[in-house]
Design a protein around this ligand. Structure first.
Ligand SMILES: NC(=O)c1ccc[n+]([C@@H]2O[C@H](COP(=O)([O-])OP(=O)(O)OC[C@H]3O[C@@H](n4cnc5c(N)ncnc54)[C@H](O)[C@@H]3O)[C@@H](O)[C@H]2O)c1
Length: 317
């Protein structure tokens, strides 16, 4: 079996490529990344049992038909991924991410490869207490250019699915947890970093009590393996999240590791007044079992950072 992972060196991809050989023994893993985010270390110390091939290329320019020939599944993780940073760069984010997905999805359709397309629960924005995949259009209110583009990409993948593409769309909650290519601009990891460095946690003013969906990186990787193993390419959208919780609970959980942390309330261009839970039911009913855990994910991240700064709680100037 051959699995191709675009954006393979990123936060999710660098964990996924290490797990796939366990889940699918003998699998050939083709990793495509243009190294825009310089995650070279994601390629270091890959498990010897894996059969890896790395292609340094931009998915918008590479010969994807040739690369995907004979591929069972493409996991398309290549994207510009900073939601807050996408504000004011809408045209660039849309041009990049949409074009990347269009080329990848089209090449999958042409070669017969199945496609896992990660979207985001940031496409939601509702007054309702809980929102599910089949919500009314009014409950889809992307708050950033990044999320708006995700919605357009979903529509593209859905329409290609009606014309022969075998795909599934996973609306991932905000990821937390450790990987070789991890990043720290998403909320849980950023707070862990700030707390470990002795900096105040920069909490969006409106966000403290708001419910939002979060996804343990281990669950994200397990979910991808589950979809491939179950051949769950039914063209549908699935919410994938470990838990819904508030920023207050995240802060309090970090406080159990670092009791003297400080909180500073700040404004963000993409904050809103909405609080809602995202329903995980559809993916659970498909048979997926979550094993991720906020407390453990935070403890692991902080342990890693403590190791990095040798417990000195170094202040970054
Ligand atoms: N991390 C999250 O919280 C989260 C939540 C929901 C959805 N997602 C989605 O999951 C996917 C992966 O996210 P991530 O957190 O691993 O992102 P990431 O930013 O850590 O990794 C993205 C990788 O893609 C590469 N890349 C970017 N553009 C490329 C291109 N044109 N060609 C080839 N490589 C390219 C980058 O170099 C990087 O290594 C993205 O689509 C993201 O939107 C992530």
């Amino acid at each position: 079996m051959k699995i191709a992972v675009t954006g393979a060196l990123g936060h999710i991809g660098s964990a996924l490529i290490r797990t796939l050989p366990d889940r699918f023994p003998g699998v050939e893993i083709v990793m495509i990344d243009n190294l825009t985010t310089q995650r070279y270390p994601s390629l270091f110390n890959l498990p010897p049992r894996g059969r890896y091939r790395f292609i340094e290329a931009d998915v918008r320019a590479a010969d994807l038909r040739a690369i995907f020939a004979g591929t069972h599944t493409v996991v398309h993780l290549a994207a510009m991924t900073d939601a807050e940073g996408s504000v004011g760069r809408a045209a660039a984010v849309e041009a990049h991410n949409y074009e990347a997905t269009e080329r990848v999805a089209t090449a999958c359709r042409e070669t017969g490869a199945r496609l896992i397309h990660p979207s985001s629960t940031s496409v939601y924005g509702t007054q309702d207490a809980t929102v599910a995949e089949d919500c009314p259009r009014a409950a889809l209110k992307p708050q950033s250019p990044y999320a708006e583009t995700k919605l357009k990409e979903e529509q593209l993948v859905t329409s290609l699915s009606a014309r022969g593409l075998r795909a599934m769309i996973a609306r991932f909650g905000t990821i937390f947890g450790v990987s070789p290519g991890m990043r720290f601009h998403t909320v849980v990891n950023r707070f862990c970093w700030q707390a470990a460095m002795g900096q105040p946690l920069t909490v969006w003013r409106t966000a403290y009590e708001q419910q939002r969906p979060y996804l343990d990186l281990k669950d994200a990787v397990d979910a991808i393996a589950f979809v491939i193993g179950r051949d769950l390419f039914d063209g549908r959208i699935y919410n994938v999240l470990t838990l819904n919780t508030t920023v207050r609970r995240i802060v309090e959980t970090i406080r159990t590791e670092i009791p003297d942390l400080e909180v500073a309330f700040v404004d963000s261009p993409i904050m809103n007044q909405l609080s809602y839970e995202v329903s995980p039911t559809r993916f659970l009913e498909a048979g997926f079992a979550y094993s991720g855990h906020l407390r453990l994910g935070i403890a692991e991240t902080i342990a890693l950072l403590r190791g990095t700064v040798a417990g000195h709680r170094a202040k970054i100037a």
